[in-house]
Design a protein around this ligand. Structure first.
Ligand code: HEM
Length: 127
């Protein structure tokens, strides 16, 4: 039957490719690149752990780093509405690159829209 755990539906390999495709775009994005480290390998490793558990797989992130407290972990960075939009655009393009489609892609994307909006911690009048 159809897998009910999203992590099983996407699979570890495609999830890893998705995260790599995503950070390749982040590294090139004029609004995102300035707030991320130059070397994104550790960031990508943590994001693979996080998304594994976000999608119902093993709790890899929490086992190594404790409770995600995602909003608190983003406090050091200015997450503006424009940056949330840029993050989502990079993710949408990465989803296309690795071939996610249909209901699975739509559901995951909509969840990420909500999480990204929740991360916003700065409203810049210049934007
Ligand atoms: C870490 C930016 C949304 C998950 C980070 C870091 C930045 C950042 C600058 C630090 C990278 C580092 O030092 O290695 C943003 C921006 C977002 C956003 C601009 C736009 C809304 C999200 C969303 C998720 C997420 C939606 C989850 C679906 C994470 C995780 C980490 C992280 C798991 C690693 C935390 C740690 O250090 O343990 N993000 N982020 N972020 N972000 Fe985001």
């Amino acid at each position: 039957g159809k897998p009910i755990i999203p992590y099983e539906e996407i699979g570890a390999e495609t999830l890893s490719k998705l995260v790599d495709a995503f950070y390749a775009r982040v590294a090139e994005h004029p609004q995102l690149q300035p707030i991320f480290p130059n070397d994104l390998s550790e960031t990508a490793r943590k994001q693979k752990q996080f998304l594994t558990q976000y999608l119902g797989g093993p709790n890899l992130y929490s086992e190594e780093h404790g409770h995600p407290r995602l909003k608190a972990r983003h406090h050091p960075f200015a997450i503006t509405p424009a940056r949330a939009q840029a993050w989502l655009e990079c993710m949408s393009e990465a989803m296309d690159e690795v071939g996610l489609s249909g209901k699975f892609r739509e559901t995951l994307y909509n969840r990420l829209v909500m999480t990204a909006h929740h991360m916003i911690n700065e409203y810049d009048s210049e934007e």
